[in-house]
Design a protein around this ligand. Sequence first.
Ligand code: PFF
Length: 441
Amino acid sequence: MVKTQFSSRLGFVLTAAGSAVGLGNIWGFPTQAAQHGGGAFLLLYLVLVFALAYPALVAEMAIGRRGHQEPIADLGSLAGLTGKLVGVLGLLAVSAILSFYLIVAGWLVGYMGDALLKLLGVDWPWLTEFGLGRNLALGGLFGLLTWWVVQRGLQEGIETWSRRLMPALLLVLIALAGYVLTLPGGSEGLALYLTPNPAKLLEPSLWLAATGQAFFSLSIGVCVMMVYASYLDQDASLPKLGLQVTLIDSGIAFLAGLLVIPAMYVAKAQGLAILDAKGELISSDTLVFDLFPRLFDNLGSAGLVLSLGFFLLLTLAALTSTLSMLEVPTASLVARTGASRRQASGMVLALVLVAMALICWQFQWLFGLVVKVVTQYAQPLLGLVFCLFAGWLWRRDSLLKTLAAKDETFAKSWFWRLWPGYVKLVCPLLILLVMVQSILQ
Ligand code: PFF
C-alpha cells in the first residue's frame, strides 16, 4: 500500500501547527502567564520551548520517519516490546486528551452559538449553563464534526481544513487583540505581560507549569507528531520543519497573550473582579468561561461581536487539534486491522465518546485528574522516552541521516553536532528534574 502523504511541505507545517495551536495556546498559555507573573512566564516558556520541547519534537518526528508505519510498529521496530508498549500508552494518552478536550470544545461551541443567537435577538441560556446534558450534547457534536473531517482522509480532510482554518485563526486573533488594546485598561495589561518580574522566575511551580505547557502546546509525547512526520516526503528536513511548527506555535501563544491579558485589565477597568482572595489573578478555569462573557456583556453589542469572534477563534484552534488527536489512533487501527478509515475513525470516536461521557458524569473530580495526569506527567514522560530511544538505541550517523538526508548545509550546522548528545543526556535529565521536583512538592 502506498503510504499517505501531505500534498506539500507547507501542508505539513500548517497541519502540524494546527495540531499544536489549540486551547493550550489561546486559553492555557495566557492564563498561566497571567498567574505566573506575566513577562517572567513568557520568558521562561520561550526558553523551555526551544531548549526542551523542540529537541524532543525532532526526536519524535525522527522515530516516525524511520518506522514509516504507525506508532506501535514504529516504536516496536526501534525498541522491541517496550517500544510497542510505549506506543500503546501514547495512543491511550492521545485518546484521553481527546476525551476531555471535546468537552471544552463543546463549551466553546455553546458560547459561540449564544453570541450568534443574541445578535439575532434570541436568548437560549442552556447553551452556556454548566450541565450534564449540554456537556454531553455539545462535546458529542464536536466529536462528530472531528470525525466527519478525519474520515475524509489526510489531504482531503485534515490538511485541507487545517490550511483553511489556520490563516483564519491568525486573522481573527490579530483583529481581536488590536481592538482590545485600544480599550481602556488594555495598556495596563500589556505592560504586565511584557515586563518580567525576576522574583517570579525562581519559583519552582513556574518551571513545572511552563514545562507541562510547552509539551502540551507542541502536542509532544502522544505520537501525533510521529504520525504526521511519517506522512512527509523523505527529503524534507525534520529540524527545519519542526522549527517552523515551533515558531508558529509560540508565535500564536505570544499573540494570544496580547489579547487575553489586556482583556483582563479591560475587564478590571469595567469594574469586574480579576483578582482572587490571595490577590493573584483569577484561575484559568474561570477566566475564559466566566470573566470573558461578563466582559463582553458589559460592552454591549460590540461585545457580542467580540464574543462571537473570540469563541470562533477558540473553536477553530480546537478543531485543528482534535483532528490530529483522532487521526493517530485511526491511523494505527487502519494499518493494524485493515479497516477502512471511515470505520476505524468511527470506532475510535465511539470509544472516546464513552470516556468523555464518563468524565462528564463524574466531572467534579475526574476532569481535573485526567487533565493533570495526562498533560503534566504522561506527555513529558513519553517525550522523555522518545528522547532516550532516539539517543541511545540509534547509531548517531543514521539518526542524523534520518533527520535530513539531502540537506548538505545541515551536516555543517551546530544542530547536527549538538542535538544527538543533547537528546541522549541533557533533555531527559532536564525533564526528569522538573518531574521529580513536582513530585517532591
Ligand atoms: N497542542 C494542543 C493545544 O495546545 O491545545 C493540544 C494537543 C493537541 C495535545 C494534540 C496533544 C495532541 F496530541
